[in-house]
Design a protein around this ligand. Structure first.
Ligand SMILES: Cc1cc2nc3c(=O)[nH]c(=O)nc-3n(C[C@H](O)[C@H](O)[C@H](O)COP(=O)(O)OP(=O)(O)OC[C@H]3O[C@@H](n4cnc5c(N)ncnc54)[C@H](O)[C@@H]3O)c2cc1C
Length: 466
């Protein structure tokens, strides 16, 4: 059922009792409100319900279920596939629920589900504490945490979902529950890595860790002319890197006039970004080898406030540009892998696109596989293929490049993917089953219990068994 098809009285009754902000297609702000980060997404919801609190969320879930509406849930609006918005249906929009409350003695933060990582970092860094987030600060806490959460602190303090103590959520039946190790423990297991399949999370409670106020950071660029040898040196470094160091590489032209001049501006480069979660002086020493993998083109490494590190990449991902991302866990960085990666870096149709390698392990792999639903602890590296471009007429070429690269690289992987990066689920895709393996059936059982009619299906969907 779509919003225009439902009974006017039911719709107006819902709107009257709603405390937050309702945006209809006729509202002047409708186009801004339906836009998400990825400019490829152009969906027209029937109604956007911007909730002011839990009561609104319960009301919106009930309205969606009772009227059999297509429902999507919006946290930070950064999902690459644009799953936060739907056509004709109801968007449950949490973007005005952004409170963050820190308990510095207990080292916890209570975070409303519309907050971004910038909101969290701002509050937690007042006490030199941090929750493990992502590497771009305007990404939503909600989607990122429910899918896992891989950031600058990952090898020392684990994934965002591993740092969860509890969540508050509204299930498909409109029930408000707290899930933790002690209450609704199976639900708590599932939401940590199983995505937004089981309800609308209204708040997260995170464990915090001592970080900052300043951290050591390495940001260095090399020419990609010697791709295999430079990346080979990176592989050597990772083999014995301390858990305090979380690093990634990103390769492409990246023609940034603020960073590069002369020939360097337009040549293929390898960027290396690393963070040390510990004392800055010790960190600069630990990061030093990453700055000498080859002769650097440019080196911006140094000690900086943690909040600045968190914002460092924000401007590289402007709202409204066109994006198509894919990911794959890699078994390793063999010479054959590096050879193929060099090919795909070179083949990118857009100079803004990159091929990224995230070093995993450390605290991520210290956690048992069945501790929570997140799948991907086994892999030493994650490949991220980021097609980023501006002109709509270049869509086909860029999408094809990302898909072809992934198809080729599958030979070096068990086929599992990081579910926060793939974005677009293709027709007949068995990516979820491949990624979760035997855990998938446990997620289906949870879906049967908490959302048997699949009200929450605008996501990496675990379909109920019926
Ligand atoms: C520029 C950029 C940088 C990124 N960097 C990282 C990174 O460093 N590390 C990393 O791990 N990931 C990263 N990601 C991926 C990111 O984790 C996902 O895109 C994630 O979905 C974003 O969450 P969101 O709340 O902003 O998304 P939204 O688009 O708002 O939501 C995505 C989906 O999450 C679910 N959801 C959202 N809110 C709720 C809720 N309150 N309750 C239940 N379900 C909900 C819904 O299914 C929704 O469709 C990045 C993405 C972008 C665009």
């Amino acid at each position: 059922m779509s919003i225009p098809d439902i009974d006017d009285t039911a719709r107006e009754k819902f709107i009257e009792g709603f405390h937050g902000h309702i945006i209809r297609p006729s509202s002047g702000e409708y186009d801004d409100a339906r836009a998400v980060w990825n400019g490829m997404i152009d969906r027209h919801p029937g109604l956007i319900a911007r909730c002011s609190g839990v009561a609104d969320v319960v009301r919106a879930v009930d309205f969606g279920r009772e009227n059999d509406l297509l429902v999507s849930v919006r946290g930070g609006g950064h999902n690459v596939a644009g799953s936060a918005v739907c056509d004709d249906g109801l968007v449950i929009d949490l973007s005005e629920m952004t409170s963050v409350r820190v308990d510095p003695d207990a080292r916890t933060a209570w975070v409303e589900a519309g907050a971004t990582w910038a909101d969290v970092d701002h509050e937690t860094q007042a006490f030199d504490l941090a929750a493990p987030g992502g590497v771009v600060s305007d990404t939503g806490v909600a989607g990122l945490t429910l899918g896992g959460g891989i950031g600058h602190l990952r090898r020392k303090y684990g994934l965002s979902c591993d740092a969860l103590r509890s969540v508050e959520l509204v299930t498909a039946s409109g029930e408000f529950v707290t899930a933790s190790e002690d209450e609704h423990a199976e639900l708590f297991w599932g939401i940590r890595g199983g995505g937004g399949n089981f309800g609308v999370v209204t708040a997260f409670e995170f464990d915090l860790f001592p970080v900052g106020p300043e951290v050591a950071m390495c940001l260095v660029f090399y020419s990609a002319d010697e791709f295999e040898s430079t990346m080979g040196a990176y592989r050597e470094y990772c083999a014995s890197a301390p858990d305090e160091v979380s690093s990634l590489t990103f390769s492409g032209v990246m023609p940034d006039e603020e960073l590069f001049s002369g020939d360097a501006l337009d040549e293929q480069k390898i960027g290396v970004l690393g963070c040390y979660a510990g004392p800055p002086a010790e960190g600069m020493a630990a990061l030093e080898p990453l700055r000498t993998l080859a002769e650097p083109l440019a080196d911006f490494s140094g000690v900086l406030p943690y909040v600045e590190l968190q914002r460092l990449l924000d401007e590289d991902y402007p709202d409204g540009m066109r994006y198509y991302w894919k990911s794959l866990y890699l078994d390793g960085l063999s010479d054959s892998v590096l050879d193929r990666l060099a090919y795909w870096v070179d083949a990118a149709p857009s100079p803004l696109s990159t091929v990224d390698i995230w070093h995993l392990g450390g605290a991520i792999s210290d956690v048992d596989n069945d501790e929570n639903a997140f799948a991907g602890r086994h892999a030493p590296y994650l490949l991220g293929v980021e097609a980023n471009w501006e002109a709509p007429e270049m869509d086909d070429e860029n999408v094809a490049w990302a898909r072809d690269c992934l198809d080729d690289m599958r030979q070096f992987s068990d086929g599992s993917v990081y579910l926060n990066f793939p974005g677009f689920l293709e027709e007949g895709d068995d990516m979820l089953q491949t990624t979760f393996g035997p855990t998938y059936e446990r997620l289906v059982a949870l879906k049967d219990e908490y959302d048997p009619t699949n009200l929450f299906r605008m996501n990496q969907n675990v379909a109920p068994s019926s």
